[in-house]
Design a binder for this molecule. Structure first.
Ligand code: C2E
Ligand code: CA
Ligand code: CA
Length: 442
């Protein structure tokens, strides 16, 4: 029998078949094992289907409405099942489909494409409302990717994870994914340990007032020295922390460490501002406002000395829900800074209602502004726009004196960059500040 290409079958004896269930991976493994043909020349494929929109339906319209939608989907999925193929329900919103006897491994990709085309992003109507289907479909092949039922499940899950974390709706497993996940897991474990042992560091990079030359403040930047790889860039470990929810703990630690240091500096007479980066996930958290206010309370820091940096992209993504939180903090006297400005997609409409008092022009425009006409125009445009809205303008990535002067002429208020100083550990920063302020006074 040829099962090479998956076709929807409208009249199938399988339509009425009872759906097999496996609520853990061992059960699924036992169910699919007999269907795998232990012969290198025959291909089987395991497809995992994770339905997302039904979770929201369940939350907003209740279990019954959710079940109605799931019943429609199950009926459609059964229509795809041919003889000797197996459809298993692996969770409330998850299904597995084992396809047997594929003549060509490429046919698994065709099956994914077909499932995507026929089932995903489709409008379904039940009773009083209409919904769009949203699912992630992933697949892996026996024997190309895995030679046991267990490892076949694992490979399909890796593809599923990769699809979900990159926002792709259907994806075939590749060995590269497996290597990447293995590396990521290693880094994740090590980072988790570093957070628990508090072996991370906070470095500080100065921000200068361009009009007075005074030291306005610093940005707190997290540093992690891994035992195996030395210093790992935050561009790598922050997204890992964000994906694994370690970001909450990391941010709490960075916030407390930097505010404790700030309290000590204030006691020394260094009354500067502290800018702390907040990931979108952290701002999304219900306790975000309380966390910020509580941390300032613990270290006796007034809000006017704290800047909350949120990237333009994060701000736009959760615009509606986080507007109130940021507005509240702004009203309390915190500075809300829109980080990496120019790299996102804010419309002017949004811009005027954003709860910010500072815009940070992304370094990608500033670094080359003396050599690149387009970058200079971008900087000038962002500065003009921000000034029009009465916002403070900060430029990061100032790498030379030419840019510094040009930024001053454009009316930019504050500058940060390697030309002024690189991020430094606390003791080095204090030495630097002492030297800088002494020379400023002369
Ligand atoms: P960011 O918030 O845009 O921080 C500025 C980055 O630009 C820093 O990179 C800084 O070292 C770098 N930089 C500053 N001046 C110059 C310059 O003149 N030239 C060049 N080429 N680069 C300059 P870093 O420290 O590697 O941090 C990268 C990103 O990681 C940060 O970008 C921020 O998004 C994130 N990050 C760092 N620490 C934290 C943290 O504690 N929490 C969160 N959520 N994110 C953090
Ligand atoms: Ca920043
Ligand atoms: Ca930035």
């Amino acid at each position: 029998m040829d099962h090479t290409i998956l076709k929807p079958m409208t009249t199938s004896s399988n339509q009425g078949a009872k759906l097999k269930q496996a609520f853990d991976r061992y059960e699924l493994s036992e169910l699919i094992e007999p269907y795998l043909i232990y012969d290198d020349k025959k291909n089987s494929a395991l497809v995992l289907i994770s339905v997302h929109h039904t979770r929201q339906i369940s939350a907003h319209h209740g279990m019954e409405a959710c079940q109605e939608i799931l019943d429609i989907l199950i009926k459609q999925l059964k229509g795809f099942v041919k003889e000797n193929c197996l459809l298993v329900r692996t969770g409330k919103h998850e299904f597995a489909l084992l396809l047997q006897n594929l003549n060509n491994p490429g046919h698994c990709q065709l099956a994914l494409n077909r499932l995507e085309r026929d089932l995903n992003n489709k409008t379904l109507s039940v009773k009083s409302y209409t919904t769009k289907t949203r699912m992630t479909i992933s697949g892996a092949l026996y024997p190309r990717h895995a030679i046991t039922a267990e490892s076949l499940i694992q490979s399909s899950e890796i593809a599923q994870h990769q699809a979900e974390s990159t926002g792709v709706s259907h994806l075939m497993f590749t060995q590269v994914m497996s290597n990447r996940i293995e590396k990521q897991l290693k880094v994740e474990t090590e980072l988790d340990l570093a957070i628990q042992r508090k072996s991370l560091e906070v470095w500080y990079q100065p921000k200068i007032d361009l009009r007075t030359q005074k030291l306005y403040g610093v940005e707190a930047l997290c540093r992690w020295k891994s035992n195996h790889d030395g210093f790992v860039s935050p561009e790598i470990f922050i997204p890992i922390a964000e994906n694994s929810l370690m970001i909450k703990e990391l941010t709490e630690w960075v916030t407390n460490t930097s505010l404790r240091n700030l309290m000590e500096w204030h006691k020394l007479g260094l009354g500067i501002n502290m800018a702390i980066n907040m990931s979108g996930i952290v701002v999304d958290n219900e306790e975000f406002v309380e966390f910020i206010e509580h941390s300032c309370g613990v270290w006796g820091i007034k809000p006017k000395y704290v800047t909350i940096e949120v990237t333009e992209t994060a701000m736009m993504q959760s615009f509606e829900t986080n507007l109130d939180k940021l507005n509240h903090l702004k009203d309390r006297g915190f500075t809300i800074s829109m980080d990496d400005f120019g790299t996102g997609y804010s419309s002017l409409e949004y811009f005027k209602s954003l709860p910010v008092n500072e815009v940070k022009i992304d370094k990608s425009f500033v670094i080359n502004m003396m050599d690149n006409e387009d970058d200079r125009k971008m900087v000038s445009m962002i500065a003009g726009l921000s000034r029009g809205f009465g916002l403070k303008i900060v430029a990061e990535g100032v790498e030379n004196e030419g840019s510094l002067q040009a930024l001053k002429e454009l009316g930019v208020h504050r500058a940060q960059g390697y030309h002024i100083a690189k991020p430094m550990p606390e003791d080095e920063f204090l030495t630097w500040a002492d030297f800088y302020l002494t020379n400023l006074d002369l």
